[in-house]
Design a protein around this ligand. Structure first.
Ligand code: NDP
Ligand code: OXD
Length: 313
């Protein structure tokens, strides 16, 4: 079978490196050749233009260059072909680093020490043991489980919440709507690694933050969101920080990205901002995986890491 041609449709990512690496093995185009180009078999995408993919009559599969696929479902004319998302050691490792970095930073009171340093204050506050702190991971999927296992090895108590029951050794697991409040009530540091779907949009709101446990030793609950910005209500996070419902937050994602310069989150003393950089997709690691998948598909094998359209992730 002839190697299928790839349409590379990236918004917000520079396509050059992706193109070079994909083109080492297959023909790659950045635009279809006309409104119903029959020559394209695969689309490799990030936030593709609406109705672009539905114009391709011979499209056989869509590859997301990220783990999240909400950017693909935003297309009202999305064709009914398999969607493959990223599951890759390199991306998982980056996300684990981000989560562990942010958990340790809050646990070891980095914001307090930074403030003390600015005022040249030599004072050692009490430090809780990791085992006294419960980290609750919302979204116990590929990324959540990897982060959970490192946090466990550091001695933290770990809770996990998922849509379906997902047991994990050493982790207290909760699932579905019925499990949400008990999960939050047992969590000091909330780590959000959910996909954005119609069911999860806006889930990180004031009511949910209010349910978090506030242990005296940590001095309040902490939010870390590296999932998607539209899972959260930025205004509710600010309210929770300002009235003490939240002690601190680390936010990698925001309702609007880039975060507008006018957002009070930028300069809030209790907020640590990163620009959707927790786990960036690296073409050098991801393109070889995509090419192998395309080769296998053309040999009649099944595609891996397929998105469940019904569930939306
Ligand atoms: P997975 O699909 O492997 O895991 C998703 C988890 O969320 C699963 O445990 C799933 O439950 C759970 N979930 C989904 N919907 C619900 C719901 N309604 N209620 C409760 N739990 C739910 O995804 P990944 O771990 O690979 O990635 C997670 C997300 O991380 C991505 O979708 C993306 O948005 C984000 N991301 C962000 C990056 C960044 O740089 N900031 C980089 C990469 C990813 P179940 O196990 O039952 O299916
Ligand atoms: C992803 C992301 O979904 O980088 O992979 O946000």
């Amino acid at each position: 079978m002839e190697k299928g041609k790839i349409l590379l449709a990236l918004t917000g990512f520079h396509p050059q490196r992706w193109r070079e690496l994909l083109a080492a093995e297959r023909e790659v185009v950045l635009e279809p050749d006309g409104p119903s180009d029959p020559s394209i078999t695969y689309a490799v995408v990030w936030k593709q233009k609406p109705n672009l993919l539905s114009s391709l009559p011979n499209l056989r599969a869509i590859f997301s260059i990220g783990a999240g696929v909400d950017h693909i479902f935003a297309d009202p004319g999305l064709p009914d072909v398999p969607i493959v998302r990223v599951v890759a050691d390199n991306l998982t490792q980056h996300m684990t680093e981000y989560v562990v970095w942010r958990v340790l930073d809050h646990h070891r009171q980095s914001m307090l020490y930074r403030a003390q340093q600015q005022k040249k204050i030599w004072r050692e506050p009490p430090q809780r043991a990791a085992e006294d702190i419960s980290v609750g991971i919302m979204g116990l999927g590929n990324l959540g489980r990897a982060a959970a296992s490192v946090l466990l090895s550091l001695g933290f108590a770990v809770n996990g919440w998922s849509r379906t029951e997902r047991p994990m050794k050493g982790v207290s697991t909760y699932s579905g709507e019925a499990g949400l409040i008990p999960f939050l009530n047992a969590t000091d540091i909330l780590v959000v690694l959910l996909p954005l779907t119609p069911r999860t949009q806006g889930i990180i709101n004031y009511g949910v933050l209010k349910e978090l446990r506030r242990r005296n030793g940590l001095g309040g609950a902490v939010l870390i969101n590296a999932g998607r910005g539209r899972l959260q209500k930025d205004a509710d996070i600010l309210r929770a920080l300002d009235d003490g419902t939240l002690k601190e937050a680390s936010l990698d994602v925001f309702e609007v990205e880039p975060l507008p310069k006018t957002s009070p989150l930028w300069s809030h003393p209790k907020v640590f901002v990163t620009p959707h950089a927790a786990a960036t997709s690296d073409p050098a690691h991801l393109v070889p995986i995509m090419l192998l998948q395309m080769d296998a598909f053309e040999r009649g094998e099944k595609l891996e890491n397929l998105v469940d359209r019904e569930a939306g992730y």
